[in-house]
Design a protein around this ligand. Structure first.
Ligand code: PLP
Length: 459
């Protein structure tokens, strides 16, 4: 059993953080009166901050990343050995872990063939957008370069990735954005846009309507999250994926699945799309690839797409003229290879499925007793509970109250998340994404904390 680390002298660390660190996604005014939290150490699903406080982390590092938990000596060792042998080489040459990881990954992704390395989910997605644009220029006279994205989805933080943000406020004040990115309706049945029984098929039809309006020959690609993460933990309804896949084939539109959150086991399959029997043309992944132990992202595609960049002696611009400097770091693929091995050796896909069912069942049980829970959704260890002020009207719960639930859980020593604050009125889903190693006791402790917080909220 791991003992709690000796608390460091927290004051100078917190002072340095307060004085010099610009935190992600944060308003800093609150730090004038409350201390910023600084984490020091982790083991399994437990974390300790600089004051020595212990937390059970149901967020996998805040943003669905540390899928195998903290303090994994096996991953650290694999990275150390690789760094001592060869830390880096980039450009037109490979490395041993790069080659080995690509081979191991492709073995999990039938129908796909090529892996392009970079450092973040945003970057991995931008690689696809660039590939699609280049295919359009080289093979369609520059006319098939539009990229469709879906309301509520998120694909990253760079300007082009934000141009495909289905969460309006994420993009607000960062424009102007490049042309050629077009949104399609979301598919969340709880917030239904159509009064039909076959909701999944209807939501897919809505994509076809956009395609016909824009002109099928102008569209190169459709990017979707298999399960929308920050936009509300949205599991598409039955029939959706089959029809979306059919529509893409019908109009020769490449299907790009952003598995930055879902990939590498989070939903109980290697990839979210593999629950639905569909075949994508591009898959991007980042967060869980190396479980947060190193920065790595992958853009994976088919041999058919790769062939479209085939050398032409008369065309010096034919190849993919892109580089990601730190795509040459070997720590990433070394950590990723070890991550893959651990998921397999420790049966973590199976554990994720079992613990995910328990988490979902516990949340449904809470919904029986707390009318503030309007909807419960999820797959594997990726679950959400949407909170409402009124079950009948589905009026979203006030953001301050949602944050009060998150804060109450933290006060009980359990870290949970809530969906993105940037969707006004629709930011009220509690997000639960424990590590894939979670035990029954840990799952129950998470939902017990939520139970207590909701009880206090409505007392
Ligand atoms: N795609 C999805 C679905 C995400 O949730 C995120 C980040 O949260 C990204 C892409 C961007 O990844 P990164 O922050 O590594 O650039």
């Amino acid at each position: 059993m791991h003992a709690a680390p000796i608390p460091q002298d927290a004051a100078p660390i917190i002072a340095a953080d307060r004085a010099h660190v610009w935190h992600h996604l944060s308003q800093h005014k609150p730090y004038e009166t409350t201390d910023p939290r600084v984490f020091v150490e982790g083991k399994g699903m437990r974390l300790w901050d600089a004051t020595g406080r212990e937390f059970l982390d149901a967020t996998s590092g805040g943003v669905w990343t540390v899928n195998l938990g903290y303090g994994r000596a096996d991953i650290a060792r694999a990275v150390q050995e690789q760094l001592l042998r060869l830390p880096y080489y980039a450009g037109a040459a490979g490395t041993v872990p790069g080659a080995r990881y690509a081979e191991a990954l492709i073995a999990k992704m039938p129908g796909l063939a090529r892996v392009y390395y970079s450092n973040s989910g945003s970057e991995a997605n931008e690689k696809v957008y660039k590939m699609v644009r280049q295919i359009s220029h080289r093979h369609h006279g520059g006319r098939k370069g539009k990229i469709l994205f879906r309301e509520r989805d998120y694909h990253g933080t760079t300007i082009a990735a934000l141009a495909t943000s289905g969460q309006a406020q994420r993009a607000e004040q960062y424009g102007p954005f490049p042309d050629g990115f077009v949104s399609v309706p979301h598919c969340l049945e709880y917030r239904a846009q159509w009064d039909v029984s076959n909701y999944g098929e209807r939501a897919a039809d809505a994509i076809e309507e956009v395609i016909l309006r824009e002109g099928p020959d102008s569209i190169g690609c459709l990017v979707l999250e298999p399960i929308t993460a920050g936009g509300g933990v949205i599991v598409p309804p039955a029939g959706y994926w089959e029809k979306v896949s059919h529509i893409c084939r019908k109009y020769n539109i490449l299907l790009h699945l952003d598995e930055v959150v879902c990939g590498l086991g989070r939903t109980g399959a290697w990839f979210g799309y593999q629950h639905y029997g569909i075949q994508p043309d591009f898959v991007t992944m980042a967060k869980g690839v190396a479980s947060g132990y190193a920065a790595i992202s992958c853009t994976v595609t088919t041999e058919a797409v790769f062939e479209l960049f085939k050398d032409t002696p008369t065309d010096p611009l034919c190849h993919f003229r892109d580089i990601s400097t730190f795509g040459g770091c070997t720590a990433g693929p070394a950590a990723a290879l070890e991550t893959l091995r651990i998921i397999e050796d420790e049966g973590l896909l199976e554990n994720t499925t079992r613990m995910g069912e328990r988490l979902l069942a516990n949340l449904r049980d809470l919904a029986e007793r707390h009318t503030v829970i309007g909807d419960v959704r999820g797959k594997g260890l990726f679950c959400g509970a949407e909170l409402v002020a009124d079950r009948r009207t589905k009026e979203p719960l006030a953001e301050a109250k949602v944050q009060a639930v998150v804060a109450d859980c933290a006060a009980q020593g359990v870290l949970i998340g809530a969906t993105n604050r940037s969707i006004p009125g629709l930011n009220t889903t509690l997000c639960l994404a424990p590590a894939l190693i979670a035990s029954e006791a840990e799952i129950d402790r998470i939902t017990d904390a939520i139970d207590a917080a909701l009880t206090r909220l409505t007392a």
